[in-house]
Design a protein around this ligand. Sequence first.
Ligand SMILES: [Zn+2]
Ligand SMILES: [Zn+2]
Length: 489
Amino acid sequence: MAMNRKQWRKYIKKTRRKKIRQKLAQHRDAAEAKAEALRLADPDYVMYLREREQLERMASEWEEERRRFENALWLDREKEAQSLFAEKRQKLEEEQRDEKEKRDRIRKEFEEMEMKAKAAKAEKERLLQEFLKKQQERERMFAEYLVGIDDHLPVLRESSHSRPDRNPCVFFGKVGACRFGVRCSSDHAIPGLSELLLLPNFFAHPALDHQQHPEYGLDSSIEFDDDELYRSYTEFFMDVIEEFESFGPISGFFVTRNFEPHLRGNVYVQYEKVRDAAKAYQRMNGRFYASKQLRVEFRAPIVWTAAVCGLFERSRCQKGKSCNYLHLLVNPVAKYRYDHFKELQSARQSQRQSQRSQLIERSWDDVDIPAKQRANWRWSETPEVEQPSHKSRSTSTTSGLRKNRSRSRESADSSRNRSSSSRRSRSRNRSRHRSRERDRREEKQKRHSRSRSRSPERKKSKTKKKKRNRSRSRSSRTSREKSKKKSTK
Ligand SMILES: [Zn+2]
Ligand SMILES: [Zn+2]
């Protein structure tokens, strides 16, 4: 490298300064070494050095100790933290496990539920299919019956019950309809086939709509009078009766004008023959009349005298719109017109006739037999009448007679008079009856005492017999009254 003069001089100076510095340093070191040597020669200094060394060692030892201690402390803490962590982790695991179990359980339950629902659905489907099959079968049998085959008549006649385990509904039995409908807690029995058809709510008229005005609380039916109702009914009757007559002879056609919804505009059609009713059912059920679909149901025979409100016929029904007996519309032509009091009279007459024939056929002794029962109503061990057994009460004729006898003798006699021969003069009859009655009583007494002496049990009841005699000596009327009281209790 070529250097110019200036640079050269600079370099020379630099090296010179360096040499000087080095020389000075050498001197200084030498001086220091000398001083050190001098100092080392001093025993105090040596002592000082030794002490310092010792101190330094102690310090380092202490430091070491401290470090060990801290380390141990750290280890302790670490251990603690580790255990804490482990605990936490265990807890977490447990929680997770629980959660999983819970989830599994829920899933299992859900699956089970689903299975059950599936099974229920399948069962429902099966039942539905069964029902449809039965229905089809029934329809087939019904169709066969309509063309004159009577093979399935017993099956077709079978009643369907809404609640077979309950008592029959009184109202349904009486009028063929019940205000509770299918929700009724009693049993509604609907025959599969019968002469009587019911078309619920078939006849409709605004006058029968029992609705309260929301603001005025007035009946909306007020504006309609009976004339309007009957005009409408006549039209309806003429329209409908021909259709129903086309299936066969009818013996009754009654339409209700009640306000209660389950009796409003109900049409009862009674055929003379079941097959005609079946034909009408087949044709009319589900058909439309004045854009209203008809529902036709069979009903068990109705006792009209018990179902129709007789007071309404005389326009004296107190219950008005809430009456539960049938209020019938009067049919416009004389056909199938229902006269409640005529019906009632004829029903009573036939009842009376049957009663009379029963009484004529039986003599008193016939009616009273068996003797055991007879002993119950008047003969007894005490002034009180023995309670008759329930079985003996169940026969209607004997119970009726017994009731008569428990009354005062006059009334009993008079009732008998009426039933046997009312044409005889009453007083003669009465005296004759009295004497006859006395004779009979004596005879009975004899018979009774005979039967007593025969039975071994009776021997020990001698005292009782005495008592009985005594009691009989009392006025018979008071004892009878007493017994009556007891029986009513
Ligand atoms: Zn009911
Ligand atoms: Zn009434």
